[in-house]
Design a binder for this molecule. Structure first.
Ligand code: ADP
Ligand code: MG
Length: 483
């Protein structure tokens, strides 16, 4: 995917900014004690506050505020010690209050950044702000042909809206941004990042311009729910805008929908029809005042995040940037790797995790948490290679058998008779036999053809079922052939 698109009249640059809604991982809602579990029976997790019964008052959930602050710190952002909840007024059947409680001019989190890497180039995507707001309920249209139902389970669930600067320049960068943001949220545990269940959704703003010129008019594609769809939507939308401008038209600022079946975006409402939300501070809620010492304490308790972890893996363990990046993509992978690497050679451990283990997990479509080979079992295999019990070559077979049977490395090696032969007596016998059978090859070797040694190694390996220790074989061969 290119960073500029070629039109009929020259090059175009893409400009993309994203508004991500991330559901706070919290058992209770933002302003009520109702539960938030995914997939519950409709309208079973609705308090009187969420149903907007007259006279009910919202009470801020301190846990959700803490998660927003932790997320802000994870995005290296400014934490605003004073922020304000506003009412965003609009009518919709699944919004019983007639307004959404959100934050507008004074959000809890201000400017931050997310580092991404695409094609070996590091870029920093600015974060404009993060604010807390309530989710709305859900209108269900597909249960009966002539009726719409309202499910208020989501009504009042805490969302963090994370707004980026228009710093993203390609679909690949958009994918990298969402991937990194999701990793940070998951490391922090503030949002599970599950896009299929809707706990992370993206509004994608796209415009095009001639390289070096100012920003063009943007369109906003609402509620895209997978990274692949975000990339498809950007490509489609950018091409649509380029075609429009090149044929003499003008992009109008509007909200569009992405149709995943057709792979295209469609107009939903234009800016002229856009709501005037009449934001004003919610009189039922006091401004949110945070204590600087409390924020500092949260900061001190943050876990190591992906970028820092990748840097440590490179600096302290000598891993390449590429391997380190693969290992920190998910917290579970990093934890698994660190357990394998503990008191072992880190590069060997990293090669096994990103090599054989990833190949196996990819093949089977498994997450690392479901790996049949545990970190300690893989460590056991690496130990058997290190002490010469099993050869590097056969270790891959041992690994496959471990994965298939769930047995540990030592058991597999014994049961399958894969123990490496380092006993010089047995190897010498096989070497003698090879020399006896290869008079011609012996002559060639003694005539200076070093390469022919491979033939002897092959013979010895065949005779020992591939189990002879290669270093020992080489050593004995050279000695006997030159003797
Ligand atoms: P609104 O509040 O109307 O949605 P904002 O100015 O807050 O508008 O911007 C919303 C999102 O649109 C942000 O992520 C921002 O980066 C992005 N954005 C703003 N201008 C452009 C543009 N010209 N092209 C692409 N994205 C843009
Ligand atoms: Mg917007």
């Amino acid at each position: 995917m290119p960073r500029t698109l070629q039109g009929n009249t020259g090059e175009w640059e893409l400009v993309i900014g994203m508004e991500v809604h991330a559901q706070v991982s919290s058992n209770a809602k933002l302003f009520s004690g109702a539960a938030t579990a995914f997939g519950a029976e409709p309208n079973t997790q609705v308090s009187l506050v969420d149903a907007a019964m007259p006279g009910m008052l919202p009470v801020i959930n301190g846990y959700c505020v803490e998660q927003a602050v932790r997320t802000g710190l994870g995005l290296k952002a400014q934490i605003n010690l004073r922020s304000v909840f506003d009412r965003k007024n609009y009518f919709y059947p699944d919004l019983p209050q007639g307004y959404q409680i959100s934050q507008f001019t004074q959000p809890v989190v201000g400017k931050g950044e997310v580092a991404i890497e695409v094609d070996g180039e590091e870029r920093r995507i600015g974060i404009t702000r993060l604010h807390l707001e309530q989710d709305a309920g859900k209108s269900v249209h597909d249960m009966a042909p002539d009726a719409t139902f309202v499910d208020l389970n989501r009504s009042g669930v805490a969302l963090m809206e994370i707004v980026s600067e228009p710093d993203i320049r390609s679909p690949e960068e958009a994918g990298a941004y969402l991937t990194k943001l999701r990793a940070i949220l998951r490391y922090l545990g503030t949002c599970d990042g599950n896009m299929e269940e809707g706990s992370m959704r993206a509004d994608v703003n796209v415009s095009v311009r001639r390289p070096g010129e100012g920003y063009g008019t943007r369109c906003e594609i609402k509620n895209v729910n997978s990274i692949r769809f975000v990339q498809q939507a950007i490509m489609y939308e950018a091409q649509r805008q380029i075609d429009l401008i090149e044929s003499g038209g003008k992009v109008v600022q509007e909200t569009r929908l992405f149709d995943a079946n057709k792979g295209e975006t469609r107009s939903m409402r234009s800016k002229e029809e856009a709501h005037d939300y009449r934001y004003f501070p919610d009189p039922d809620l006091l401004p949110l005042e945070l204590d600087a010492a409390w924020v500092e304490k949260i900061k001190a308790g943050l876990p190591e995040l992906p970028d820092e972890k990748a840097k440590r893996f490179q600096d302290a363990l000598g891993l390449t940037a590429d391997i380190a990046g693969q290992l920190v993509a998910e917290r579970e992978i990093a934890d698994y790797f660190e357990q394998v690497a503990k008191s072992r050679d880190a590069k060997i451990a990293a090669n096994w995790v990103t090599g054989e283990l990833f190949r196996y997990l990819n093949d089977k479509g498994l997450a690392i948490g479901k790996s049949p080979v545990s970190a300690s079992a893989l460590g056991g295999l690496i130990d058997l290679i290190a002490d010469g019990t099993v050869s590097n070559r056969l270790a891959k077979d041992v690994f496959d058998e471990m994965a298939a049977s769930g047995k540990d490395a030592a058991t597999v090696v014994d049961e399958k008779g894969l123990r490496q032969i380092s006993d010089t007596g047995a190897i010498e016998a096989a070497v003698d036999q090879a020399i006896a059978q290869g008079a011609k090859q012996v002559e060639q070797y003694r005539g200076g053809n070093e390469k022919i040694l491979g033939w002897f190694v092959g013979q010895v390996m065949k005779a020992t079922g591939g189990k002879a220790n290669p270093a020992t074989v080489n050593e004995i061969l050279r000695k006997k052939l030159s003797g």
